[in-house]
Design a binder for this molecule. Structure first.
Ligand SMILES: Cc1cc2nc3c(=O)[nH]c(=O)nc-3n(C[C@H](O)[C@H](O)[C@H](O)COP(=O)(O)OP(=O)(O)OC[C@H]3O[C@@H](n4cnc5c(N)ncnc54)[C@H](O)[C@@H]3O)c2cc1C
Length: 416
């Protein structure tokens, strides 16, 4: 199909998925408008993102020459024992970037007059050969194709599948960033060459170096990114999400509103259960924050001329480290299907869906297995035995943030 200048697309959500699909569509001649609910430029709190070769392949397709300073390269992985010794080590080269760095690379390539900030979609309609988005301010936009790239709480998905809601998995991720310059020199040597783990009973701490402020990857100017998975049943979660004024926040709480006693209890636990390297990092973190972990699956990725991609379609627990790469592969598959189809948007979207929904479900199942031993609600001996096979130092280093399983033919046994 050759879309020609008259083919139009609306992308809902101006984050990683939305920007990648917009760039790919533009490269193939589509006229694309991106609508983002947030009024200001987005910012990702500097959170780290593990990359995979497939992400770079899609970025190149989108016209981006991968800059050498896109991230920080590490050569190996290791597990720190409780006493600080290295319990296990493994060669595993990987590039570790940050959400902000990726966003900046993508966003700078979309003209400002095609990126509409502060536009909150509240409804979708399909009328004949057009898809229509309705906004909170009463305005509308229409196009041949509408892409829902609006994340975990997607309004586009909710319109078609209201029952498809994020399911809390029973644990949270505490996260933090520490400036390299604030870390003691001997500790830096341990931490900045490797992707490291610490494995307290039923929990997992991991960390890796990322770029510093201003996306600076020079030695001495980087930051260390850590993620600490801790079980919390729904009652405990509600307490964690309660701010000092008594409001219980839904899904996540802004970092400055996390109560000081909640942060103090987390810091105290760090000293008791983590390796000394990680306990020191938690201590140095000025503004730790946490994210409850969810699973989410959409029943369909294609509804007529509406497509769902990225976190709007499937959200896996972060252990596979694949959210951004999956989003990029969704976007690439969608645009490839549109380019190779016969010009009928709806049938191209069905081809895209049949390619991508199976992989989305495989990633979710894989991440569920990897994280099972951290769930607060895991209680039968059999569940514990099953889960334990994924928590040995060797398994954690091999399987975390790796997409190798997608190449393997043997599917994992179903657990839930
Ligand atoms: C602890 C943790 C660690 C992670 N680590 C990694 C990792 O190492 N590697 C990796 O690849 N991924 C990782 N991820 C996942 C990754 O962050 C996400 O998969 C990715 O950012 C999803 O991008 P998205 O564009 O699909 O969704 P989002 O980034 O959620 O973007 C959705 C956008 O849509 C906008 N929007 C929402 N509703 C509307 C509306 N109604 N109208 C208009 N706009 C709207 C939002 O404002 C937002 O900008 C991690 C996630 C977590 C929680």
């Amino acid at each position: 199909m050759s879309p020609g200048p008259d083919k139009t697309a609306i992308v809902i959500g101006g984050s990683i998925s939305g920007l990648i699909v917009a760039l790919l569509l533009r490269r193939h001649g589509w006229s694309v408008d991106v609508f983002e609910r947030v009024e200001s430029e987005l910012a990702g709190r500097g959170a780290g993102i593990v990359t995979h070769p497939d992400l770079f392949a899609v970025l190149r397709e989108a016209g981006i020459d991968i800059p050498p300073d896109l991230g920080v390269a590490v050569e190996s992985r290791c597990v720190f024992a409780r006493d600080g010794s290295v319990e296990a080590r493994r060669q595993h080269p990987q590039i570790l970037t940050s959400w902000d760095r990726l966003y900046q690379e993508l966003r700078s390539r979309i003209p400002d007059d095609r990126y509409h900030k502060g536009r909150h979609v509240v409804g979708i309609a399909q009328e004949g050969a057009v898809a229509v988005a309705g906004f909170a301010d009463g305005s509308h936009a229409e196009a041949d194709l509408l892409v829902g790239a609006d994340g975990l709480r997607s309004a586009v998905r909710a319109q078609y599948f209201p029952a498809s809601q994020p399911a809390y998995v029973g644990y949270i991720a505490w996260r933090g960033l520490v400036d390299e310059a604030r870390i003691a020199t001997d500790l830096r040597a341990d931490l900045f060459r490797t992707f490291a783990f610490s494995l307290p009973d039923g929990e997992q701490m991991l960390g890796y170096p990322v770029a510093g402020p201003g996306n600076d990857t020079r030695v001495g100017h980087r930051r260390y990114n850590w993620v600490w998975y801790r079980p919390a049943n729904t009652a405990v979660l509600a307490e964690l999400l309660r701010d000092a004024a008594g409001t219980v926040h839904d899904i996540s709480i802004p970092p400055p509103l996390i109560r000081s006693e909640v942060v103090a209890a987390m810091r105290d636990a760090a000293g008791r259960v983590l390796s000394p390297q990680f306990a020191a990092l938690v201590d140095l973190t000025v503004q730790p924050f946490f994210q409850p972990i969810y699973d989410l699956e959409t029943p369909r990725m294609a509804i007529g001329r509406v497509a769902l991609i990225g976190d709007a379609a499937f959200v896996a627990r972060p252990h596979v480290g694949a959210g951004v790469t999956k989003a990029a592969r969704d976007a690439f598959s969608l645009v490839t299907a549109l380019q190779s189809g016969d010009g009928d948007v709806a049938s191209s979207l069905l081809a895209f869906e049949s390619e991508r929904s199976a992989e989305g479900r495989r990633i979710i199942a894989r991440a569920r297995h990897l994280g099972a031993y951290m769930q607060a609600q895991i209680d039968t001996p059999e569940e514990r035995r099953n889960a334990a096979q994924f928590r040995t130092p060797e398994a954690v280093m091999r399987d975390t943030a790796s997409l190798d399983f997608l190449q393997a033919q043997d599917a994992l046994p179903a657990m839930n």
